[in-house]
Design a protein around this ligand. Structure first.
Ligand code: ZN
Length: 460
């Protein structure tokens, strides 16, 4: 059989381990895996000697800003950044305008992705309208999303239509998601505790980005742990697949570990900013709001890595959240006015391969966290692994190449990255989506509209 493409000479990370193999691709899928040098009949041959072939990263949590906030980012720019960063599937979050909390709005968003996405995609709609949940669930979505946070002092990124902090309503949403057989992703937050904590800072005249960082981390992560304790208890009551977003405290890791030991259907993610940016106070001092997503005080960090190693945490997703310089600059005066969130989709693969290079995680575990587990936990058949029959969403990585991130490389519309100046070993050099090269030699070659929806297999 003539292959469309053969990737030859690479070290291949498979679910069964790391092997040296030629990988043959036909009609967008992996059609053959064979001993090195034995697959020769192909239209295109990619010589990958010295490189490592991994499944494309699957990011289940990303903010693409379209529609409504395209001055920050749009689907074309976000997914171009994905291609350059080795991300072959990216899931959008619902804090866009109008927010996708009805089937009509979601379908309109799907049309935007069909037109503009360079890589594969899906959308996590807001599960805030109960009667829409069963209808939205039939659109091949992977999960619903709810924010427990409502912004104070600004109206973005956590605006009306996507937030729920009333526990009764949240319980009803969990029941509806459980009945629909679709996971619920939650941004954990305890609004009543936060109201009190931030009032204390404001009363003392502390309003800058550093105060904001301290407020969210107050009392050793009280707002996070309180929310996660409540969510886990409600999960037990409803049986919903609960996916906890941006886990960042030792206390939360401990609670999730125990919930899993009890057999609860809970999964969790950690984001790159918690491990590589917000984990150092010096970054917060130097960059202010530019470094905030959130501050993760150093006593928590070893627990996050341990959670990643021992399986308490299932996935790494980015929480890619671009905001303009203007929207960040205001944070030096008032951290509550600056928009929260940091971009990362283009660069987190470098960070994760660097973690493997340093021995913090095994390479196989990095692949599991960033590709295999997201596919399995969210039932994306054919994704997240290198195996015969799987989709040929693939990334070639130079695991020995050391690079320093610069603003010049940034493909996000905002044109900067808070990771500028950071040096990592491990670089995605080529990305394929459905067997077609979408990024190579520093250039995005994939066209808008080249991606397809990564649909969840129905489990009901
Ligand atoms: Zn987010």
């Amino acid at each position: 059989m003539t292959m469309d493409t053969v990737i030859t000479g690479a070290r291949v990370v498979t679910p069964g381990g790391i092997v040296n193999a030629d990988v043959g691709i036909a009609t967008g899928r992996i059609a053959s895996m064979a001993l090195p040098g034995t697959l020769t009949d192909a239209t295109e041959t990619i010589d990958a000697a010295g490189l490592t072939l991994v499944p494309g990263f699957i990011d289940v949590h990303s903010h693409h800003r379209e529609p409504g906030f395209t001055h920050k980012e749009d689907i074309a720019s976000a997914t171009a950044a994905c291609a350059a960063g080795g991300v072959t599937t990216t899931f959008a979050m619902p804090n866009v305008y109008p927010p996708p909390n009805t089937v009509d709005v979601l379908d309109d968003m799907f049309r935007l992705y069909e037109r503009s996405a360079v890589v594969n995609w899906n959308v996590n709609p807001a599960g805030t309208i109960l009667e829409e949940i069963p209808k939205l669930a039939r659109r091949g979505i992977a999960a619903f999303k709810v924010f427990m946070v409502v912004d104070t002092g600004r109206d973005y990124p956590h605006m009306p239509g996507i937030g729920v902090h009333d526990h009764g309503r949240l319980l009803a949403i969990m029941e509806a998601c459980a009945a629909a057989g679709v996971p619920l992703m939650v941004h954990p937050h305890d609004q009543a505790l936060m109201d009190h904590i931030e009032q204390g800072f404001w009363d003392r005249g502390e309003r800058d980005a550093l105060a904001y960082a301290k407020a969210y981390a107050a009392h050793d992560g009280l707002i996070w742990d309180s929310a996660i304790g409540t969510l886990l208890r409600m999960q037990a009551a409803t049986g919903v697949h609960l996916h906890l977003l941006h886990v960042q405290t030792a206390g939360s890791i401990d609670m999730i570990r125990r919930a899993k030991a009890r057999g609860q259907h809970v999964t969790a993610e950690i984001n790159p900013w918690a491990l590589f940016l917000g984990h150092k106070w010096e970054n917060i001092e130097r960059l202010g709001s530019y470094a905030l997503s959130y501050w993760v005080p150093e006593q928590h960090t070893p627990h996050l890595w341990e959670g990643l190693r021992d399986g308490t945490v299932d996935v790494i997703s980015t929480d890619h959240a671009p905001h303009t310089r203007e929207e960040k600059e205001v944070g030096w005066e008032d951290g509550w006015k600056a928009h929260t969130g940091t971009p990362s989709t283009q660069f987190y693969a470098r960070m994760m391969f660097d973690a493997a290079h340093r021995g913090e995680l095994r390479l196989e575990r990095v692949v599991e966290l960033c590709a295999t587990a997201p596919a399995r936990r969210f039932h994306l058949d054919g994704k997240g692994e290198i195996a015969i029959g799987a989709d040929a969403d693939l990334v070639l990585v130079d695991t020995e190449r050391t690079t320093t991130i610069t603003d010049d490389e940034v493909l996000s519309k905002i044109g900067y990255t808070p990771y500028a100046g950071q040096t990592y070993t491990g670089l995605p050099v080529r990305t394929l989506v459905a067997g077609k090269t979408v990024f190579h030699d520093g250039v995005v070659t994939g066209a808008p509209g080249g991606g397809t929806q990564s649909r969840r297999r129905s489990t009901t």
